[in-house]
Design a protein around this ligand. Structure first.
Ligand code: ZN
Length: 149
């Protein structure tokens, strides 16, 4: 196993076991319920935006496969403190990363999220990894439901 694959596996396992920001956010002013019917992943996403349209706090709850949960955990860490616009930009970049339209040679704002680029090798898993991002985008746009379908 290469170092990259080992790190990828480790991060997925670790975030699946101990997801970050795994909580209901009582003070949320943005919410969406995201579903990936192909795999059965389902997460509720809560975000609190401050008066400057910045994500002050974020949480998610629900259940899904290891990749969907780890990706949601990594996503919440990555967008905390970002503006609505920055978060939507990251979502776009993440989507491109997983569909092979963006690689590390191009400028992006994904930071360590690029570890999930390994999902590219498993097209059926791409929807698992992007579910949390679709759900965040829906919440930020005021849509209470999101689906990968
Ligand atoms: Zn899944």
């Amino acid at each position: 196993m290469s170092d990259y694959n080992e790190l990828y596996q480790q991060i997925i396992l670790e975030h699946n076991k101990k997801p970050r920001n795994f909580k209901v956010l009582e003070s949320a002013n943005a919410y969406s319920l995201g579903k990936n019917p192909l795999c059965g992943d389902q997460f509720a996403l809560y975000a609190k935006l401050d008066e400057h349209d910045q994500i002050e706090d974020i949480g998610f709850q629900g259940d899904g496969c290891a990749i969907s949960k780890a990706s949601a955990s990594l996503m919440t860490n990555a967008v905390k403190g970002k503006s609505r616009k920055e978060a939507l930009e990251m979502m776009d970049e993440f989507q491109k990363l997983l569909t092979g339209q963006l690689d590390d040679s191009q400028p992006h704002h994904l930071g360590r999220l690029t570890i999930l680029s390994g999902v590219r090798e498993y097209p059926v898993r791409v929807k698992c990894a992007t579910l949390a991002w679709h759900t965040l985008a829906a919440a930020l746009k005021g849509q209470e439901e999101a689906s990968t379908e």
